[in-house]
Every structure is written in structure tokens, then in C-alpha cells.
Design a protein around this ligand. Sequence first.
Ligand code: CO
Length: 460
Amino acid sequence: MPDHPRFPAPRYGPAERRMAEGLVELERRHLDAGTEADCPCREGMFDGLTRRGLLAGGASLGGALLGAGAAGAEAPPGAAQHPVPDAPERVQGRPVLDSGGYGARSQFESEVRWRYPTATALASWSMTPLASGHGIVTPSGLHFERHHAGIPTIDPREHALVLHGLVERPMRFTMDDLRRMPAESRIHFIECSGNTLTEWEAPTLRTVQGTHGLTSTSEWTGVRLSRVLEMAGLSDGAAWILAEGADAAVMTRSIPVGKAMDDAILAYAQNGEALRPEQGYPLRLLLPGFEGNMNIKWLRRLEVSDRPFMTREETSKYTDLMPDGTARQFTFEMDAKSVVTFPSGAMTLPRPGFYEITGLAWSGRGRIVRVEVSTDGGATWRDAELQEPVLSRSHTRFRLPWTWSGAPAVLQSRATDETGYVQPTRDALVAARGTDSVYHLNAIQSWRIDAGGEVTNVHA
Ligand code: CO
């Protein structure tokens, strides 16, 4: 029997422990391959000191080093490989639309999602590279994913949404029906309730992509669910709505009618274009601020009832085991949370001096009103600047100028949302919930910087 040091709590079985070990190993392989450690510092901030800076410097001098480095290499996902001229201003560039009319990213940008190493690639999840992100919006191609039975291929001309149960008029909507209706666009985060689940008992993953990469923000466009429910007419006693996906898992969750009538969206677009297939093409439910799995993808059916449906995903899964042996159920809203994304785990600061500390904060209950940052493990705090726009139930970018003295430091961030809720320390969260609840870990994250500039994940 192999020794599994991660997740000693009884909630976790051997399978979960093996998965945690697999994730640690996966992250190690990615770091060895250089996908995140490639840029231990912000490009341009320390000339010639980053690996990428050294490569670029060599290329501008000798002209061949960068090309040599990439010689024979495949372009990163989402990019196309092109020859690199010595002096781009002395030769003509590529023809307009030579890639066929849909753009690609630069061949020098290689950030990708990581897939959690489950036994089958059909039931797994992938993590957003938060450390290399800018602003608040996640590129659609880097939005985290969670799948229970793979990504279905659905023809939008064949797809329909059925609405029935406790309604006056059962209805069926094609995608054309929905796209004719008044629409709206809003920017919201989606966070998996399992985000950060490896970190309850010991600092486990090394990077912010590993610890916090199951949250992403997009601009979502669609029809308000309330509008569709009003067309059908809710009957007396209507209190819950079953939302069902068209994937092979037939993913189902019970949604309170109050949320459905408040701000829920039947979304068909993301960041200005149709949803990506892995985000529910052609139609998904968006429940701003609610845990990720409730935002049912490939939405095909809504059934109104007077009670919750007690589906697999809300009984055997997605409940939170408490220290007294009872389980919290229907823990929908994601609590306020924040994390420093720069500097963060597995980076190395090249020398003392100026750095801009930056990161993301979000709350399932509304706007972020304050983010404080500590560089001494929580002994003292300073208010970070919140970058506009600061939107309800959206990632919020915070920034704080900092001069690192070169002495060991512990970076933390602490978010407060508009309800007055303050992100707890890990000790406070564990005192309230124990360490067996798996989901909803929103505690303050600590990154230790040692005298050599190396950044590691610690519990402080
Ligand atoms: Co929950």
C-alpha cells in the first residue's frame, strides 16, 4: 500500500489521495517543462534577468537564438508557427487573413490550462493560468472547465430548451427563439466550489494555477431567465427549478426560484462570440455568484417544482461535511475570496527592489469593496487599489506598489465584499468548518518569499 501523505482526513478515500498525488506530479511536470516558471518575473521589469528576457535579448543581438530555440518546435496551442526575421521592419509581413479569418495568438505565448489527472479524460477539470492573466476577463480559450462525461457536440439547429412542471404554459424554445428575445451582457466570474480543495490541511500545490485556477471571468450574453419564466407563468407553489444538461452525465441541479427570477441568464455568448463547446455551446445557465456546477452547460430542460429534486450532484456530491458529521447542503453562494497572483508560487524574484503586487478578488454576494494586502504574514495590512471596473460577482483586479527589501516576506490578501463579509484566515475557516468539507475553501492564501527571492505556498 503506497503512502499517501496528502489528505489524511477520513473524508478522503484512497482514490482522492491518489488524485491529489497525481495533481502534484502533474504540476511538477508542467513546471519542469517551463510553462509557468518561464517568466519568474514581469517581462520588461528586469532586463535580461528572466529566461524569456535573455532569449529575447539574444534574438535581438544575434538574430538566431530565439528561432533556434523554437526550431522545429510546434506552435503552442492556439498559435501558428512563423519564421522570425532578423529585422521585422525590413521585410514584408504576412498577408492579411492568411490564417483564414479567425485570429490566433502569438507563437511566443504558451499559457495553457492544465487538466486534472483523473483516470479518464472525460470526467476531469482544467485550470486557468491566473499568474499570467491581465485585468479581470479570462480569455475564452483559458476559462477553467469541469466535465462529468466529456464535451458534447451539439448542433444548435437541433437544440431546444424545454420548460415544464409547475407552469401555466409549458414551452419549448429553439436557439432562434431565444436569440430573438431581448438580451443583456454582464461580466461575472464562475468558480468551481472545489477550487483550492487541495489546500485544507497542508500547502500542497506550488502555483496559483494549481491552488486557485478553478475560477474565471467572462462577459456573458443571453436572455434573462425571469423573462422566460414570466412567459410560461409560474404556478402556485413554484419554488425550485431543475436545470438539466444535454451531456452524457445529464448534469442536474435544483435552482431556487428566487435566484432564477433575480439575475439568472440563459447564456449563448461569451466574450463577444458564441459559447465555447466546453462552456456549454449552444446554451448554458448562468447563476451569478453561485458555485460553478450549478451553471448547467448544454442546457436543455427546466422543470419547475415545489421542492428540490435531490439529484446526485446535490446529495452524494457537492455537499460539505462538517466536524459534527452533518453535511451542509445547497451551499450556493461562493464566499468572498482573493489571491495574490504576482508574485505567486514557483516564481523567483531576481533581486530586491520595486514590484507591483497584484491579484484577483471576487464574491458571490456582490461587489468587492476592499482588498488589503500584507507582506508580513498578516501582522500589518495596507489597502490595495481596486482597478475599475469593480463589478458585482466578477473578478476584481487589485494592485499595490511594494519595495522588497530582500528580507523574507509572507504575502497575503484579504477581501471584503459589499455585505461586510471579510475573507477569513485559514485557522478561522477550519475552526468553523473543520477540514473535511472539501468544497468552499475561501481562506486567505499565503506566499512566502525567501531571501533568495523564491516564492512558495505556505500556511501562515
Ligand atoms: Co456548495
